[in-house]
Design a protein around this ligand. Structure first.
Ligand code: NDP
Length: 319
């Protein structure tokens, strides 16, 4: 079963492996497969689910809400996000204005079939709206009981620090940051992680298997596996291409002996790797099939010895 970690400096425990439905629910996979993935997550002990209003233009929230129908609400942590437009694109459909936040939360709650989300996240930083306005809107949403906690996603260390200070002034606390983090994408280590650790903020890290690349299923020179994200013309193929070059793919193949030494698959090694960072509260995994969930959750609780962490660094050579 999956271990739990506290989210930031709060009393909220979340499953250290969390299931998210970007690019899959309402898009790449049919609703039956989406429900099967959610079921597999629940069966494996995952209680934390992440989505966003913009995923599949609101369909992902709806599919997740439907898949979780009938589950005991108190046993789940449901996370969603606000920032991007979900409608035709009116002047106030993007960003973190009070208007957009207040209107968006109600749409998300309706689609998710719940009275509150456990975590409401600013999907990006809004350079146009005063931060005071954004944080006041979040404070009001917390006071209204529509969100229990507030987080951010892909904010810089300085933005996190400013948002955190305002949240404290307004009587609530920013507790999480949701950045990309994997063996192939380590940007947060320099500034976001130390700043967050100082402020009592955790990372919920997305794409821990680099969208499938760190599973080793993309082999240099070989055909792309049928049905994989790299073949998904609805959007996945475009998103994954940043990692799809032969040098990276070969280095991932070279990680196999490290995974074997720990009796892990490459996917499990990749998920376990992000969880070695103390500031990471959860590896936010995606899956198009229930078997992937069942495989990846086995990374919970794995300890990677220092000499193997160093070996991984050597093999990847800073890519
Ligand atoms: P992952 O790195 O976990 O990639 C998931 C994909 O990799 C799966 O859909 C599957 O794709 C493939 N895969 C996973 N495990 C296996 C396995 N064991 N064997 C073979 N293939 C496997 O994460 P995602 O990129 O999906 O992102 C996860 C979540 O992070 C999102 O759902 C979302 O909640 C969040 N996110 C947040 C962002 C933000 O800006 N805040 C941005 C992006 C994501 P396939 O089978 O199709 O090849």
């Amino acid at each position: 079963m999956v271990n739990y970690r506290y989210l930031g400096n709060s009393g909220l425990k979340i499953s250290e492996i969390t299931y998210g439905n970007w690019l899959t629910h309402g898009s790449q996979v049919e609703n039956d497969a989406a429900t099967a993935c959610v079921r597999a997550a629940l069966d494996a002990g995952i209680s934390t689910f992440d989505t966003a209003d913009v995923y599949a233009n609101t369909k992902a929230e709806q599919v997740l809400g439907d898949a979780l129908k009938g589950e005991r609400r108190e046993s789940l942590e449901i996370f969603t996000k606000v920032y991007w437009p979900t409608g035709p694109g009116g002047p106030n459909d993007t960003g973190l204005s009070r208007k957009h936040i207040m209107e968006s939360i109600d749409g998300s709650l309706t689609r998710l079939g719940t009275d509150y989300v456990d975590l409401y996240q600013a999907h990006r930083f809004d350079t146009e709206t005063p931060l005071e306005e954004t944080m006041q809107a979040f404070a009001d949403i917390v006071r209204q009981g529509k969100a229990l906690y507030i987080g951010v996603s892909e904010w810089t260390a300085d933005q996190i620090r400013a948002g955190h200070a305002l949240s404290k002034e307004l009587g609530f606390q920013l507790i999480s940051s949701q950045p990309q983090y994997s063996m192939l994408w380590r940007v947060i280590e320099d500034e976001v992680v130390p700043t967050s650790a100082e402020l009592g903020i955790s990372q919920i890290v997305w794409s821990p298997v680099a969208q499938g690349v760190l599973t080793g299923k993309y082999v240099p020179g070989a055909e792309l596996p049928a049905g994989s994200r790299a073949t998904d013309e609805k959007g996945g193929a475009n998103m994954i291409k940043r990692f799809m070059n032969d040098d990276v793919l070969q280095r991932v193949q070279d990680l196999k002996p490290v995974a074997e030494q720990l009796d892990l698959s490459l996917a499990q090694l990749a998920v376990a790797w992000v969880l070695q960072n103390d500031n990471v509260a959860a590896a936010l995994i995606g899956a198009s099939r229930p078997e992937q969930v069942a495989e990846n959750v086995k990374a919970s609780g794995v300890v990677i010895p220092q000499e193997l962490l160093e070996k991984i660094d050597t093999i990847l050579g800073g890519v």
